[in-house]
Design a binder for this molecule. Structure first.
Ligand SMILES: Cc1cc2nc3c(=O)[nH]c(=O)nc-3n(C[C@H](O)[C@H](O)[C@H](O)COP(=O)(O)O)c2cc1C
Length: 175
């Protein structure tokens, strides 16, 4: 597929549902920022996914940033369907600040989104979420700039079961 030429792409965990009712996690590469003010972040999700059903039902999702130590869970969340997969994953949940969909405690960051628009493009639904809250690991991100500090903890998807991670090297353009 030609879209593979855009890879490596960062990969994320999408949390959907409610702790008290049903909660699910799926892996997604097709996540993008759409607006600065308000902050809008969208994700393309196939209607075949259980997650699609839960986002339609509750109108919320959390984008969790996995670390390299969560790779096994990233793979399970991206290959198994429905909340039963959680019983053989290692993540734990914590309350989010502004939505009732929980966040993932082990994630490097969690971005809380309320669906403000959705549209179908080809075989995926693009959900647009307004960011209403977030939490992040202060040892991993700079607290003022929100820029990542420990780059080698971050992963990106290459193809199928292949992933990569960043080096700590920072490169600056010569101006
Ligand atoms: C690395 C990776 C990235 C993925 N990215 C997406 C994506 O962006 N959108 C999507 O609909 N499915 C994507 N998938 C597939 C879903 O994660 C997969 O079908 C999952 O089992 C759906 O879980 P659910 O049915 O419990 O929601 C990806 C899978 C992997 C392994």
């Amino acid at each position: 597929m030609a879209y593979r030429l855009l890879y490596p792409l960062r990969t994320y965990l999408i949390v959907s549902g409610r702790m008290s009712e049903e909660v699910n996690v799926m892996t997604a590469d097709w996540v993008t920022v759409l607006s600065h003010k308000p902050v809008l972040v969208g994700v393309a999700i196939s209607p075949k996914r259980y997650t699609h059903k839960l986002i339609e039902k509750y109108g919320e999702y959390v984008i969790a940033v996995p670390s390299k130590d969560m790779l096994r869970d990233v793979w399970i969340a991206g290959t198994e369907s429905g909340p039963d997969k959680l019983s053989f994953m290692n993540i734990s949940f914590m309350e989010s600040k502004t939505v009732r969909t929980p966040s993932i405690r082990e994630a490097l960051a969690n971005i809380e989104c309320r669906v403000v628009a959705k549209n179908t493009y080809g075989d995926h639904t693009f959900f647009v979420g307004e960011v209403t809250g977030y939490t992040f690991n202060k040892e991993v991100y700079d607290s003022e700039e929100y820029a990542p500090k420990k780059l080698s903890l971050f992963i990106a998807h290459v193809a199928k079961e292949k992933f990569t991670r960043f080096s700590e090297e920072i490169i600056i353009p010569e101006i």
